[in-house]
Design a protein around this ligand. Structure first.
Ligand code: SF4
Ligand code: SF4
Length: 428
């Protein structure tokens, strides 16, 4: 694709990066076939190619974003299915991240939207605030139908009850069982530890059982993905800096052999820390070290070799492949192989490349499209008649669990169960 940026514009490192990405697109349109919003809406402007044109025009003009561009960029799930499909390796993720940051700086949203986005950026990354907000949401849920549609849709996503916080999410070191094979830091995250503390507990048990000493580092918290995808770059960088400092300071500054992530949306962002800080001389090297050591839990357990497993109950598992895992990190087979090695009967979900509609805060900000995608995903899951649905990302788990009676669990909960841990709570 031809571009026409001025030399002055290209002096900005972010614009220069986006220009490179734009030039790599040959507008073949292959990506449209696998883009969930194009599949649903059939509008070229809701396809990757259409968005790339809108972003190009917005960045070339150097002007404030217009309402049309904002509408179609906002409808993008950042599912990155287009990156898997694109034969020209267009780095759509970095392009849309830049577009969102430009929109955030230059576009004045309606007051309601501004307030909602500010509240989400404030509350979701902070477990104490998020818990308090969910308690309010649970109390208000019965009145959802009397509220404006968007508020009602948000309340519908609140769980019916909240689990008690886990003491395992507090900063501490868990010793390895038997001979120590690795020292790892666990990202305990933000929203996940409030919604489903059993996931981190299962992860810690699984890791220590496989010979890992596991640290929950003081000072680490949200990875920054939630604010990053809202275009709030400063807040995302601040979260990332805290994590980098906390993790690299572990074990007297030696740092962990790996940083283990069990929420794939977070993993995609942490693996991109090196890019996020590429122009910051104070942080670039540390950020790159963290990004190199960041691993999804399925990568770590595969590298260690799954311990002997004995599935207490032969279950058929529908494996839902989170977009951030399959498209963002290109991890497609490892979780399924581990589940099969553990003794579960694993089924692929038809149309597995399409997003379930969760996508960070997307199901809160775009509830109609998110709802359609969930319905489609659950219909596809039902076709494989599972006893249980497994996924590697809390966002997907919450999104799917809200629309089905089939238990939804994290992959690590099944692996932990099969190798000696307790039965996941969601399974009766
Ligand atoms: S598939 Fe790649 S090169 Fe083709 S239009 Fe989409 S982004 Fe551009
Ligand atoms: S990230 Fe997903 S929703 Fe956005 S353009 Fe690409 S395929 Fe479409």
């Amino acid at each position: 694709m031809q571009t026409s940026f001025s030399l002055a514009q290209l002096a900005d490192a972010d614009v220069a990066e986006s220009e490179k990405i734009l030039r790599s697109c040959v507008h073949c349109g292959f990506c449209t076939a696998t883009c969930p919003t194009y599949v649903l809406l059939g509008d070229e402007l809701d396809s990757p190619r259409g968005r790339i044109y809108l972003i190009k025009n917005m960045l070339e003009s150097g002007a404030a974003a217009d309402a049309t561009t904002v509408k179609h960029v906002d409808r993008c799930l950042s599912c990155l299915s287009c990156m898997t499909t694109c034969p020209s390796s267009v780095h759509y993720m970095h392009l849309v991240d830049h577009a969102r940051a430009h929109i955030e700086k230059t576009f004045e949203r309606p007051l309601f939207d501004r307030v909602v986005r500010k509240l989400l950026a404030l509350i979701l990354p902070r477990p104490t605030l998020f818990r308090a907000a969910l308690v309010g949401g649970i109390l208000a849920k019965p009145f959802a139908k009397f509220l404006p549609a968007r508020l009602g849709a948000m309340l519908a996503l609140a769980p019916d009850s909240l689990p008690t916080p886990s003491p395992m999410d507090r900063p501490q070191i868990f010793p390895a069982q038997g001979q120590r094979r690795m020292r790892v830091a666990l990202l305990t995250g933000c929203a996940q530890q409030v919604l489903s503390p059993g996931i981190n507990e299962a992860t810690i048990r699984l890791l220590t059982r496989h010979g890992c000493e596991v640290a929950v580092a003081a000072g680490a918290g949200c990875c920054g993905a939630l604010t990053h995808h809202l275009g709030k770059s400063d807040a995302a960088h601040e979260s990332a800096r805290k994590n980098i400092t906390a993790w690299l300071g572990l074990w007297d500054g030696v740092g962990p052999d790996a940083i283990v992530i069990n929420a794939s949306g977070c993993g995609t962002t942490i693996k991109d820390y090196g890019f996020m800080f590429r122009d910051d001389p104070n942080w670039a090297a540390s950020a790159a070290r963290v990004a190199e050591r960041a691993k999804d839990i399925s990568e770590i357990i595969t590298s260690l070799g799954l311990a002997p497993a004995n599935v207490p109950k032969k279950l058929t598992v529908a494996y839902h492949s989170a977009c951030s895992l399959q498209h963002g990190q290109k991890i497609t087979t490892l979780p399924k192989s581990l589940l099969m090695a553990a003794g579960f009967a694993v089924r692929d979900v038809p149309e597995g490349h399409l997003c379930c509609g969760s996508a960070g805060t997307y199901n809160l900000l775009q509830p109609e499209i998110a709802g359609q995608l969930r319905t489609r995903k659950l219909a596809n899951i039902a076709r494989v008649r599972p006893d249980v649905i497994a996924a590697g990302n809390i966002g997907c788990m919450t999104q799917l669990a809200g629309g089905t009676q089939t238990p939804v669990v994290h992959t690590v909960e099944l692996l932990d169960w099969a190798t000696g841990g307790p039965k996941p709570e969601a399974i009766a």
